[in-house]
Ligand binder design. Sequence first.
Ligand code: DC
Length: 219
Amino acid sequence: MGYNIAIDGPAGAGKSTIAKQVAHKKGYIYVDTGAMYRGLAVYLLKNHILPEDTEGIIRACQDADVSIGYENGVQQVYLNGENITGRLREEAVGDMASKSSPIPEVREKLLMLQRTLAKEKDVVMDGRDIGTNILPDADVKVYLTASVETRAKRRYDELKAKGAACDIKQIAGDIKERDHRDMTRETAPLRQAEDAVLIDSSDMTIEEVTDAILKLCNS
Ligand code: DC
């Protein structure tokens, strides 16, 4: 069993930024589980399968092979052998991932991939149900959150920097909607594991959050 650090939390809390930093400092592998759900979502979009077509999504679970690899330490997602990493951050892909991930067959499909990685390697794994469901015996569990306002502002700045047109109220509304979906679904909803340490990053720098997690690893 590798050394396992589980980081869960809502969209936009900074999980991937922090998890990457922690993985880098520890020399561990960073596993972005959201990217796996996004990988399957790319398949659904490519094949024009709608989010409400549960049967179609379940069939897609058999036809879509989602796997991950690393190039220069950066996680890549492959869909039936094709590297589709460049598409993962598209808004439509995130939306489809959020709508298809509550389906138990979708979660079951990606569960083994996640557990096998954690068994074989020292990992920092982020997602929604890592501490509660995927790695209940993780060495360190963190629930990383931030206020809706902070998360909306971070996303707004990110989009603006890319030159994209955006409206902060709309972004905040989308974040609330996604939180609601992730937290109220029946299968593996987003919640803080009983033995997870809560970190609210609203008023913390990336370095402060990273250091707080590294301290947990040494305690
Ligand atoms: O973290 P992210 O935004 O890349 O995740 C995209 C969607 O995938 C998110 O809305 C919920 C889902 N997801 C999940 O259900 N379980 C995970 N462990 C990770 C992501």
